[in-house]
Structures are given as structure tokens and as C-alpha cells.
Design a protein around this ligand. Structure first.
Ligand SMILES: [Zn+2]
Length: 530
């Protein structure tokens, strides 16, 4: 009997050695594998350019070396060694300093492009997080799930404090030290601040940013309640949060978004019932969407929005402290759309029907706001329309009609192809109606094309046709971030502000091709199965 012979497992040793390159969290999934390859390609490209500029320039040499280090680490080189982390931290500090102080005597396009020091700093930060997660996976071996979650909660809190300190105190410190040895042209307001002023200002910025994430996470927490209670007909205003099994009231400190769930290890304090990780995940998604748009749409002065000009004065100070209500309004209106889409997605995920009360409320707000505040009707529905109530009505009307029509067509086409109805298919119609109402008819066509493209890709890669609304959510997100670029590059071939109905031809043709291919693929599968 050989059963007694066991290979000794040394947990502290970490991932299996296979030469210099080892498996890491980053490369454990297909997506991560692609990400690491992309990272490597980018880093090598950057390293070559910086090396070419490195003649007698120590800063450029540092950038070239850090590029090589990122490339090496991205494919898992020397993963799990203590010295690796130390080298990465050293590189991060050096590129971070270069990002703050700037690199002189190199072509301007290198310091303001995809190979800029700030990009290297971010990539090194990502690699350190991967390193950290690898370390966690090893040290977590043998722990129960609740224990792991509690530790994750503590680590997350530390990370938040670390980011806050790095932005609020670290950056001004580096700047102050740099200014001792270099003369900085006193052009910008930031440069005229003293260390204390700048530290105070940056801490304020970090606070505002954290507040926007917290706002999103709290709204996500409320959306959880809506998704759970509304289909059951329970009031969403009255009544405390309770454990679904033992009905113990959940203490308010355990109700804090994300951290509350991590703090109690994902278990009810009273009866130990597992509380679904869906709650913190939804809170994190809502918080992330609010934060993403905070950077991309709000404090960038509307950099992603078509039609309107980007604000000349941007940043936390010029957009939020001296409120620019038109950008803030658009930001909140668009966040509202994402919240409603999130709710529709979650209710459909539970295989429930969308309550009529919810739809009435969602459409009333989406239609009513632009009528009261005409600035929210961003993209004129027609070339000749001028701003005002009439224009808002046309924007909302055309958007809603086109959205509902597209939604109905997609639902009909999929129902015919799949030969079955699902809660997700039903929810596609109001989802498109809302998208049209909030973003305009032009956006509906772009989003529908993205959406069908994504679904076709999923169908071809995985043989599956589920997760409709999650892909719709992704399509809206992608469209929203690329909105300005798209309407800038597309010309009159694609629907945008001021274009007529003929611009709808290309997206509609693409959409039809997607649906036909989709149907053919599905039909041939059905035949194969029979
Ligand atoms: Zn309980």
C-alpha cells in the first residue's frame, strides 16, 4: 500500500516553481492572461522609446528600466520573491516622482502620452496589488471564508488610508523636496501654494473623491433594498434591514456599504447564516460607476460628452467647489440611468417581472427632468432644433420611441431565435426605452449595435446566449465613455448631434447582420444537437 506516502506540501513556498516565470493571480484567467500580455507589449514599447531618449538623461534611463521591469513582472517573472516586491516599490516611487516633477529634455509627446511616467506608475501599482493578492492566496490557505473576508476588509481599509495619505501628503512632500533643488516656473495656482496649503487642498480633493464613491455605494445599498422588496410589494421606505433567516435587526454599523459585510465576514451575527456576496458586489459596482463618471464626466468638465464644450476650468475646485450646475446635473442624470439599469438587471437576474410601479417611476423621472431642466437634453433630436422646452420634448420623445422600438425588435428577434421568453428579454424593452429617453435616439442606435456585437461575440466564444442585461450594461458604459470621441470621428456616417435620419442606415444594417448571423449560428447548433 502506497497510500501512506504523501508529497509534503509546503504552503509558505507559494506558487509552483517553473523557472523564473510562475503562475500568479493575474494570469489565472484568460482575461488576465490577455491583460498581462498587453501590459508586457506596452512596457517593452515604452522601454524602447525611453532608452532611445536616455542619452545622459538619468530620468529617461529610470523610465526604460522600469518598462523592462514591468514587462518582466507582467508575465510572472520572479513572482512570490520578497525582493521582487521591494524592487517594484522602489520603481514605483521613482516613476511616481518623475510623474509629479516631470521629465526634462525628452520629446513632449513622451511625457504626455501612453508611455508617460504616470502610466508606468499606475501599472506598477497594479502589479503590486497582484503581488499582494498572490501573497494573500498563500497566507489564506487553511482559513475559513468569514475569516478571509474579515482580513480582506481590514486590508481594504488600510488601502483606502494609504491612497488618501499618498495623495494628500505624499505628492506635496515630493513637490516640496523637488522645489528645494529646482526652480519651478510659477505659472499655475498649484505651484504658488505652500506645502501646508497644498496638503490641505489635496486632502480636501481626496475627501470629495471618497465622498462620491461613498454616495454611489450608499445608493447601491438602497438599490439592493429596491430589488429585494419591490417585486414582493414591501415598502421600500419603512422597515429596518433584517436577517432573512432569523429576522434579527442588522446593526447600523454592519449596514455600512461593502465594509459592513466584510466586517461581519459575510455572516449574520446572530445565526451565522451566509449573507449573499451580491449585496457588497452591487454596492461596489454602484460606487465604481459613480467614481468612474466622477473622473470621466464630472471633474473632467464633461470631457466625454458630445455637443457641449469642455469646461476651460476643470478639477474638483472649479467644478464642485464653485459648482458648475450644468455638468453636475448631467452627471447625476446619467448616474440615474445607470442605477435604473442596475435595478432592471438585478430583478431580471432573480427571474422576476419588473414591477409596473417601478417602470412608471423610472420613466416619469427620466422624462420629467429634461423638461424642467432643458440642459439635460444634451443631443438635439433634429438638426434644426434650438434649445428650449420644445427641443427637450423632441429629445425625450424621439429617444423614447426609437428606444422602445429597438427594444421590441431585439426582443422579437431573440425570442424567435431562442424559441423561449425570459425575464431578461422582457426587461430589454423598458431598458432601451430609458436609454433613449436619457441619452437620445442617436445613442440608442450606437448602444444597440455595441450590445448585439457583444452578444454575438459571447455566443460564438462560449455557446451561450444568457446575461443579456449585463452585456447591455457594459455596452452603455462603453458608449458613455467613448461618446465624444465617437461623435467626433464618425462624421455623418453614424448618428450624432445634428445628423438626420439617413445616418441611422449603417447602424441598422450592422444590427441586422448581427441578428441574422446570430440566428444562423443558433439554428445550426440546434440542428447539430438533434
Ligand atoms: Zn440571522
Amino acid at each position: 500500500m502506497n497510500a501512506e506516502i504523501q508529497t509534503p506540501v509546503n504552503l509558505s513556498r507559494g506558487p509552483i516553481r517553473d523557472g523564473l516565470v510562475r503562475a500568479t493571480v493575474l494570469r489565472s484567467t484568460l482575461l488576465g492572461e490577455y491583460a498581462s500580455l498587453l501590459m508586457m507589449a506596452h512596457a517593452i514599447f515604452g522601454a524602447i522609446w525611453w532608452a532611445a531618449a536616455a542619452t545622459k538623461n538619468p530620468a529617461a534611463l529610470i523610465m526604460a528600466l522600469s518598462g523592462l521591469w514591468i514587462a518582466f513582472r507582467a508575465v510572472g517573472g520572479l513572482a512570490g520573491e520578497k525582493s521582487t516586491t521591494a524592487v517594484s516599490i522602489l520603481m514605483l516611487i521613482m516613476t511616481g516622482v518623475l510623474a509629479i516633477t516631470g521629465v526634462s529634455r525628452v520629446p513632449e509627446w513622451m511625457t504626455g502620452s501612453i508611455i508617460a511616467p504616470i502610466v508606468s506608475t499606475i501599472l506598477l501599482g497594479v502589479l503590486l496589488i497582484v503581488e499582494f493578492l498572490d501573497g494573500r492566496t498563500r497566507s489564506y490557505a487553511g482559513l475559513t471564508n468569514p475569516e478571509r473576508r474579515k482580513r480582506n476588509g481590514a486590508a481594504l481599509k488600510l488601502a483606502f488610508v494609504g491612497l488618501f495619505l499618498a495623495w494628500g501628503l505624499g505628492v506635496p512632500t515630493v513637490k516640496a523636496i523637488y522645489r528645494l533643488s529646482h526652480s519651478v516656473p510659477e505659472k499655475l495656482d498649484m505651484e504658488r501654494m505652500s506645502f501646508v496649503e497644498e496638503a490641505g487642498f489635496r486632502c480636501g480633493e481626496a475627501m470629495v473623491t471618497a465622498c462620491f464613491f461613498a454616495l454611489g455605494a450608499n445608493i447601491g445599498s438602497f438599490l439592493n433594498v429596491v430589488v429585494w422588496r419591490m417585486p414582493l410589494g414591501i415598502s421600500i421606505v419603512h422597515g429596518d434591514s433584517r436577517c432573512p433567516v432569523c429576522s434579527t435587526k442588522i446593526a447600523s454599523r454592519d449596514n455600512i456599504p461593502i465594509f459592513g459585510w466584510l466586517g461581519i465576514g459575510g455572516q449574520c451575527r446572530a445565526c451565522g447564516t451566509e449573507i449573499s456576496p451580491r449585496y457588497p458586489i452591487v454596492e461596489a459596482i454602484a460606487g465604481t460607476v459613480f467614481l468612474l463618471f466622477y473622473f470621466a464626466e464630472l471633474i473632467s468638465g464633461g470631457a466625454n460628452l458630445p455637443v457641449r464644450e469642455i469646461n476651460t476650468y476643470r478639477g474638483v475646485l472649479w467644478i464642485i467647489m464653485y459648482p458648475r450646475w450644468d455638468v453636475i446635473g448631467l452627471y447625476l442624470y446619467h448616474c440615474y440611468l445607470f442605477c435604473v439599469l442596475l435595478v432592471l438587471t438585478l430583478i431580471a437576474l432573480d427571474r422576476k417581472l419588473i414591477p409596473r410601479r417601478l417602470l412608471i417611476f423610472a420613466f416619469t423621472v427620466a422624462i420629467g427632468l429634461p423638461l424642467v431642466f432643458p440642459d439635460l437634453a444634451l443631443v438635439p433630436a433634429w438638426p434644426s432644433s434650438t434649445a428650449g422646452l420644445k427641443s427637450s420634448m423632441m429629445f425625450v420623445g424621439a429617444g423614447a420611441v426609437v428606444g422602445l422600438l429597438i427594444g421590441c425588435v431585439l426582443r422579437w428577434a431573440w425570442k424567435k431565435t431562442l424559441r423561449q421568453e425570459s425575464s431578461e428579454l422582457i426587461a430589454v424593452v423598458p431598458a432601451f426605452g430609458l436609454i433613449g429617453t436619457v441619452l437620445g435616439w442617436q445613442a440608442v442606435l450606437s448602444i444597440a449595435t455595441f450590445f448585439c456585437g457583444l452578444m454575438l461575440l459571447r455566443n460564438m466564444l462560449t455557446d451561450r446566449v444568457d446575461r443579456l442585461l449585463r452585456h447591455l450594461f457594459a455596452a452603455v458604459l462603453i458608449h458613455h465613455l467613448l461618446w465624444r470621441l465617437m461623435s467626433y470621428w464618425s462624421g455623418d456616417l453614424w448618428p450624432r448631434a445634428g445628423s438626420t435620419a439617413t445616418s441611422a442606415i449603417i447602424p441598422l444594417v450592422l444590427l441586422s447582420i448581427c441578428l441574422v448571423v446570430f440566428r444562423r449560428v443558433e439554428c445550426s447548433r440546434l440542428v447539430n444537437r438533434l
